[in-house]
Design a protein around this ligand. Structure first.
Ligand code: NDP
Ligand code: 2IT
Length: 450
């Protein structure tokens, strides 16, 4: 797809000039600008108020030093980030990523996408994201704790339950949230909903752990039902990754009668036509923090292949990329199409390259973009914030039911917007347009405050 209007071209050129050397951020912005062309055409008031120009520039971008001591007594220095992208509709909200690849480009692409995703949930949350280039792999519990404490010592000045509410992402799960929350509470002397994904004994919500994966399947089921009168039942499913999102996507897929035949990590993938045994995956990944290759040693009939990209050459009906950005490229998309894939839904953020997205849309593959399909995690974070404000907890069933309703609602908002703006069934355009409009209306209401 190309940008057609001179208005959007100019905005994109300015973004390119200001954010040189930040390919992921530019990729995310470009896709949104392409989607918004038909929207802005109908809305001269949005153009006049410079809403798009304001939305591509973060409200605030923080970068800080994180010094900590490793188990050998050596001082280590990492770089910490938090982008507070847009707070029009609620406090900044979005996860923290700990991975050696983290840089300004990755944090800004994630923060930018988070604004639209959070808007789509219907809950009052703005967009933010953060993290560090700290590599948690191979670190001891003590090292993780000292890093998290140092990271929060700076971050705590910038966040708060009504200001900015971080959560988990790659490399940040229950253990890290515990250390981060403990340090926040110690410094600020307050027990508040400043982080989500907390443990159940100190303000966490039931279903938050499962929410992104479960939500991805609720979305996929709704998309299959409404667009193809079909369902997940009996479908062969390939899921990349074997972290939080992948594991609970697999769990819900199996509950809905799907057959998950492959999972991966950054080293390679396992293939098990009999259906992946999740108890084994959980033991390897959640308990031992091991590698997915161990699965093939423990389960007869399963095979392990080095390299993670090959997973997309397996024949399947549904593909769920749940690892990381740009993990599914144009070639992989063509292979999936040649193998007659019916639906692709993104559990990870921006896992499909622009060429892959184009291929799926052109070939009539049902395509659930990340901003819509993986919003169940942050939606349940929003529900955790509500429960914290009430100082009350809902049951598993109550939260799960709200999650199902939210995911169905997101599908319909995206679908309806795709029809309204002349591209019925293009959920990329629909999700971007629907997410954008709620924020745009709010910014219009405020006048030029920022
Ligand atoms: P985890 O850290 O739990 O798991 C990440 C998984 O992805 C691991 O299997 C990891 O393999 C793999 N992975 C990470 N980086 C790479 C890479 N560069 N190349 C190949 N594989 C990689 O993270 P989550 O499951 O929480 O996150 C997965 C994706 O889902 C991310 O894109 C995240 O932004 C997105 N997401 C997460 C949400 C959440 O609530 N947690 C909500 C919405 C989206 P290895 O162990 O080898 O690194
Ligand atoms: O990408 C995401 O939506 C997340 N990592 C979850 C963010 C959150 O605040 O729960």
């Amino acid at each position: 797809m190309a940008l057609k209007s001179s208005y959007m071209k100019e905005i994109y050129e300015t973004v390119c000039r200001r954010n040189q050397g930040e390919p992921e951020f530019l990729q995310a912005v470009r896709e949104v600008l392409e989607s918004l062309e038909p929207v802005v055409e109908k809305r001269p008031d949005i153009q006049k108020a410079g809403i798009v120009e304001r939305m591509v520039e973060p409200e605030r971008f923080l970068q800080f030093r994180v010094a900590w001591v490793d188990d050998n007594g050596s001082v280590q220095v990492n770089r910490g980030f938090r982008v507070q992208f847009n707070s029009a509709i609620g406090p900044y909200k979005g996860g923290l990523r700990l991975h050696p690849s983290v840089n300004a480009s990755i944090i800004k692409f994630l923060g930018f996408e988070q604004c639209f995703k959070n808007s789509l949930t219907g809950l009052p949350m703005g967009g933010g994201k953060g993290g560090s280039d700290f590599d948690p792999k191979g670190k001891s519990d003590g090292e993780i704790m000292r890093f998290c404490q140092s990271f929060m010592t700076e971050l705590c000045r910038h966040i708060g339950p009504d200001t900015d509410v971080p959560a988990g992402d790659i490399g940040v799960g229950a253990r890290e949230i515990g250390y981060l929350y403990g340090q926040y509470k110690k410094i600020r002397n307050e027990h508040t909903g400043v982080l989500t994904g907390k443990g159940l004994t100190y303000g966490g919500s039931l279903v938050r752990k499962e929410a992104t994966g479960y939500g991805l399947l609720y979305f996929t089921q709704e998309m299959l039902q409404k667009m193809k009168q079909d369902s997940v039942k009996g479908k062969k499913i390939v899921i990349s990754g074997s972290g939080n999102v992948a594991i609970y996507a697999a769990e819900k897929a199996q509950q809905l009668g799907g057959i998950v035949i492959a999972m991966s990590d950054s080293s390679g993938y396992v293939h098990d036509e009999a259906g992946i045994r999740l108890d084994v995956v959980k033991q390897i990944k959640e308990v031992r923090r091991g590698r997915i290759s161990e699965y093939a040693k423990e389960v007869a009939g399963a095979t392990y292949t080095e390299g993670c990209k090959g997973i997309w050459s397996l024949k399947c009906d549904i593909a769920l990329p749940c690892a990381t950005q740009n993990e599914l490229d144009g070639e992989a998309a063509k292979q999936l199409v040649a193998n007659r894939v019916i639906a692709v839904a993104e559990g990870a953020n921006m896992p499909s390259t622009p060429e892959a997205v184009e291929c799926f849309l052109q070939e009539g593959v049902l395509f659930g973009p990340a901003k819509a399909a993986n919003a169940g995690g942050v939606a349940t974070s929003g529900l955790e914030m509500s429960q914290n404000s009430m100082r009350y907890s809902w049951s598993f069933e109550e939260v799960d039911q709200k999650l199902q309703q939210i995911m169905a609602g997101i599908f319909h908002s995206a679908y309806d917007a795709s029809a309204e703006f002349g591209a019925e069934g293009n959920l990329v355009l629909g999700a971007n347009a629907a997410g954008f409009l709620k924020i745009a209306e709010t910014m219009l209401a405020y006048g030029l405050t920022f």
